[in-house]
Design a protein around this ligand. Structure first.
Ligand SMILES: *Cc1c(COP(=O)(O)O)cnc(C)c1O
Length: 389
């Protein structure tokens, strides 16, 4: 492994030279079924023809002009995202952490511009993950991400997931917003239940504060609906989106109601690259696919099938004891070691990704079919047998 790189990743010693659909091909000739999707990013699979064409076509026209000017594909993407969500306005950036960061700034300035500058604090959930900037590690509140980085950014109060009474107690006169992932990804595939989200919505409405969702991982069809919060049917005021929106082209977005967004006026926030023509053209092509008839229903069906098949493999409790999640965002609760299972699955040709709490995440592309599910489950069966032997 090259020492020319900052050694901040524990990299697996494999290099992929090409991908096609749900498969990745390594430079040593091995083929892998990709059930990690670059951590929930390549939801349309690798080298998707429509997405690749959109990037190439835009590359021949114009790459970058800055947000000093109108950008037609940006306007179009914003209009489509608002047409297919609770939102009235969209702000584009380049990553998930930036989308959360912009969401937090939006919440703070909303209150400071509407006569309540004392409202700056945000209630977040234990075990959350919102990114790696100074503010987003404070929002996530996890010691392993905060330790060593000096005084933590002030203004975050944490409560346990699905503990509505704790959330009520945490909201005070200085609270600006509540931030939650409808389904926790890095935290180990934990679902915010409907009663919790509905309770948070009522709490926010009563206190005049904003509800922010982080759908960076669970959004964009991952759970079988375009947005994970469509399952409980509880809308936020602000939502951060990223990962699968660009299918691997860096992009982030903040979707917001007009009331939440209207105080973010010129000069208050911005980005050089955010919303650039390349990213916007790619994301429009991603939406073309995801909004096509039957796409999300297919993802939902494949999720149910994969889950049922994995549950059938639980048998011996030594390797994993539970399958949980939503759609194609699934977690295996490992009883032994999630790292060992991930490594063994890789030996069997299946890529996965670990999460907190000894969980192994399966985040296959949403385009998988029954043949890929068969192949993945056979790999899981072989890996479990190898670990148990
Ligand atoms: C990945 C992720 C982020 C951070 O996104 P980056 O693009 O890595 O900054 C934030 N929130 C959630 C839920 C994520 O899964």
């Amino acid at each position: 492994m090259s020492t020319a790189l900052v050694q901040n990743y524990a990299r697996i010693d494999v290099a992929f030279e090409r991908g096609e659909g749900a498969y990745l091909y390594a430079d040593d000739g091995r083929r892998f079924l990709d059930f990690a999707s670059g951590i929930g990013v390549t939801s349309l699979g690798h080298a998707h023809p429509r997405v690749t064409k959109a990037l190439k076509d835009q590359a021949d026209k114009v790459w970058h002009v800055s947000n000093l000017y109108n950008i037609d594909p940006q306007t179009r993407l914003a209009e489509r995202l608002t047409a297919h969500s609770f939102a009235d306005r969209v702000f584009f950036c380049n990553s998930g952490a930036e989308a959360v960061e912009a969401s937090l700034k939006m919440a703070r300035i909303h209150h400071s511009s509407t006569g309540a500058p004392e409202r700056y604090r945000v209630v977040t959930v234990v075990n959350a993950f919102h990114g790696r900037t100074l503010a987003t590690i404070a929002a996530g509140g996890q010691a392993k991400h905060l330790d060593g980085f000096g005084p933590r950014v002030d203004g975050f109060d944490q409560v346990a997931l699905n503990d509505l009474d704790a959330a009520k107690a945490a909201v005070g006169p200085e609270t600006a917003a509540i931030l939650v992932e409808p389904v926790q990804g890095e935290g180990g595939i934990h679902i915010a239940d409907k009663a919790f989200l509905a309770g948070l919505r009522a709490l926010c409405d009563a206190a005049g504060i904003l509800l922010i969702y982080d759908e960076i991982q669970c959004g964009m069809g991952r759970t079988g609906k375009l947005w994970a919060h469509e399952w409980p049917g509880v809308a936020p005021d602000i939502m951060a989106v990223a990962k699968a929106l660009g299918n691997g082209f860096p992009i982030g977005a903040v979707l917001a109601t007009e009331a939440a967004a209207e105080t973010l006026v010129p000069g208050k926030h911005g980005t050089t690259f955010g919303g650039n023509p390349l990213a916007m053209s790619v994301a429009n092509a991603v939406l073309d696919e995801m909004l096509a008839d039957g796409f999300l229903a297919h993802a939902e069906r494949m999720g149910a099938l994969l889950r049922q098949r994995l549950e059938g493999l639980i048998g011996n409790k030594r390797v994993f004891s539970e399958v949980r999640g939503s759609g194609l965002m699934l977690g295996l609760q490992c009883t032994d070691s999630n790292l060992e299972l991930m490594a063994e699955l890789r030996e069997q040709g299946l890529l996965s990704v670990v999460a907190d709490g000894n969980v192994l995440r399966l985040l296959p592309p949403l385009i998988i079919g029954e043949a890929e599910i068969d192949e993945a489950c056979a790999a899981v069966e072989r890996a479990c047998a190898a670990i148990e032997s």
